[in-house]
Design a protein around this ligand. Structure first.
Ligand code: MG
Ligand code: ZN
Length: 231
């Protein structure tokens, strides 16, 4: 009989999710779908950025080849904005949880029609709950995890969130059109991000004006095409 047990539940949960995420990645690869996950704080511009990316994608892909899964604590506001493009979409309301976990995605895939339906999709976009900390600890098997940080959050964003910065595959600095107005040193933001994560390409964009969207989209397209040719 053990009388004193100290359990770090959080760590177990993270490990279990990691294992499940690997299985999810295999499911994506078998279906031939490329999964792009957007992560970042509330108001960083994830949904607006996804709108620009979807608009661009629709020039290259059929409307039914694109799917969107939107994670939110309580509302359907973001998914409504994406649904207007006519692509497949599912809303996940976590009911309070501040990040998505693998079972959320499994349920969303079921809602999209399951593994068979996944085969008809070329690219699936996941928008995580607006939060710059714990979503980064819970991978969802995505082929690219895209960190969205905006200049208005402050130029120390990356230093303050080193783990989030390190696990990201792509770093997007959004709202660059505001940098001069609010006195943000973009060069410092870039060099901080590079120091923490030398592997991730950094894109300077303004989802509002469209600046930098073509460059980001071109990069995302190479990831999508790489998977498409592997099939
Ligand atoms: Mg959003
Ligand atoms: Zn969380």
């Amino acid at each position: 009989m053990v009388e004193k047990v100290v359990r770090f539940i959080g760590k177990d949960v993270i490990e279990e999710n990691r294992r499940k995420a690997e299985a999810l990645r295999r499911l994506y690869d078998e279906a031939g779908v490329t999964v792009l996950e957007f992560l970042g704080g509330p108001g960083s511009g994830k949904t607006t950025l996804i709108e620009r990316i979807v608009e661009r994608m629709l020039k290259d892909y059929q409307v039914d080849e694109i799917a969107y899964i939107g994670g939110d604590v309580a509302t359907t506001l973001d998914t409504e904005r994406i649904a207007k493009y006519g692509i497949k979409h599912v809303q996940i309301n976590t009911g309070g949880t501040c990040h998505l976990e693998v079972p959320h995605i499994e349920a969303a895939i079921k809602a999209l029609g399951g593994a068979e339906a996944l085969k008809t999709i070329k690219v699936m976009i996941i928008e995580n709950v607006g939060n710059i900390i714990c979503p980064f600890n819970f991978p969802l098997g995505a082929h690219a995890r895209i960190m969205v940080a905006d200049v208005a959050e402050g130029e120390d964003k990356f230093i303050k969130h080193p783990l989030s910065t390190r696990v990201s595959d792509i770093i997007v600095i959004n709202k660059v059109d505001l940098a001069d107005y609010i006195g943000i040193n973009l060069e410092k933001m870039i060099s901080d991000a590079k120091k923490l994560n030398p592997w991730a390409p950094i894109f300077l964009v303004s989802a509002k004006t469209g600046q930098g969207i073509e460059e980001l989209y071109s990069y995302l397209k190479t990831i999508i095409e790489r998977h498409a040719t592997r099939k």
